[in-house]
Design a protein around this ligand. Structure first.
Ligand code: SF4
Length: 259
C-alpha cells in the first residue's frame, strides 16, 4: 500500500468521550456513505481530492518512530488514546494497517497508556494476547445487511464484527459498541432492542443520532424518535449493568451518562 510520513502523531481529540487520538492512516478503504465526516474534512483541507483517492489509504510509515519521541513527553498527560478518529484501525484488504495498529497498541501499553479501539472491520483474535488495559469496540448501527451494503459498502459484515467482539469479551477483554449514526425509520426501519440484545455482553455503549444530511430533517418526528431510542438504551444499560454515553444533541431530556 502507499505510504506517507508525518511530523507528529498523538493529538488531543475534540470527541466528547475521547482524550488523545492517533490516526496512522490517511484515507479509509471502508468508504462509508453516511457520509463520512473524516472524508469531508480531508477533502475540505485538500488532503484528498476524491472519494476514489479516499478509498486508497496511505499508511503513516514513521508512526512508531514518532510515538517513541512523543510518548515519553506526553505519557503523564494521557488518560487514553482513541484508535482512530479520522480513519479505521483495521481494514481487511490492507493487513499492513492492522499490523501497524497492533504495534501502536503495544507501544502505548509499554508506557501504561490504554488504547480505545473502534472499528467497522473484524477485530483480530490477536488482540486477546495484549494488555487488559485496552478497550475494543465496533460500530454497529444496524443488523440489517442491506443497510450495510448501502451505507458501509466495504466494511465487515455485522455478524462477523459481533462474533470477533464476543471472542475478545470471552477472553476477558473490555469491549464496547458505538451505535452512531443511528438511522431514523425513513432511512432504515429496524429494531433497536434487537440490536442491543446482540451486544448485551459489552461493558460500554455509546449511542448517537444520525446528523449528516437532509434525510433526518425529512423525518418530522426525529426528536421524539431519538428521545425514545435514548430511553431504550438507558433502560437496557441499567438493567444489564452496562456503562453508557448518549451523544450530545441526541436526548433532550437530560440523563446522558452512567460512568
Ligand atoms: S470507517 Fe469511519 S473513517 Fe472509514 S469511511 Fe467509514 S466513517 Fe469514514
Amino acid at each position: 500500500m502507499k505510504t506517507i510520513e508525518r511530523k507528529s502523531l498523538l493529538y488531543k481529540t475534540g470527541v466528547e468521550y475521547g482524550d488523545y487520538t492517533i490516526n496512522h492512516v490517511q484515507g479509509c478503504a471502508h468508504g462509508c456513505m453516511f457520509p463520512c465526516y473524516a472524508f469531508n474534512m480531508a477533502k475540505r483541507f485538500g488532503n484528498v481530492k476524491s472519494y476514489q483517492e479516499w478509498l486508497e489509504p496511505k499508511l503513516v510509515i514513521n508512526a512508531i518512530d514518532l510515538l517513541e519521541k512523543e510518548l515519553p513527553r506526553l505519557k503523564d498527560k494521557i488518560k487514553s488514546v482513541q484508535l482512530c478518529f479520522t480513519t479505521d484501525p483495521f481494514m481487511s484488504d490492507y493487513p499492513e494497517v492492522g499490523e501497524m495498529t497492533i504495534q501502536i497498541i503495544n507501544k502505548l501499553n509499554d508506557y501504561n497508556v490504554p488504547a480505545i479501539v473502534l472499528t467497522k472491520s473484524t477485530l483480530p483474535h490477536e488482540l486477546a494476547k495484549l494488555s487488559r488495559i485496552n478497550q475494543y469496540g465496533i460500530t454497529l448501527v444496524s443488523t440489517d445487511e442491506s443497510f450495510r451494503d448501502k451505507y458501509e459498502p466495504y466494511t465487515s459484515k455485522y455478524e462477523d464484527r459481533i462474533k470477533a467482539l464476543k471472542y475478545l469479551h470471552e477472553r476477558g477483554c473490555k469491549t464496547w459498541v458505538s451505535i452512531e449514526p443511528y438511522p431514523t425509520p425513513n432511512i432504515n426501519k429496524q429494531s433497536l432492542k434487537k440490536l442491543l440484545n446482540r451486544v448485551k455482553f459489552v461493558d460500554y455503549i455509546v449511542f448517537g443520532m444520525w446528523h449528516y444530511n437532509k434525510l433526518i430533517s425529512q423525518y418530522k418526528d426525529h426528536k421524539a424518535f431519538y428521545d425514545e431510542c435514548s430511553e431504550t438504551v438507558i433502560d437496557f444499560c441499567k438493567k444489564n449493568n452496562i456503562r453508557f454515553h448518549i451523544k450530545t444533541g441526541t436526548y433532550s431530556k437530560g440523563e446522558s451518562d452512567l460512568l
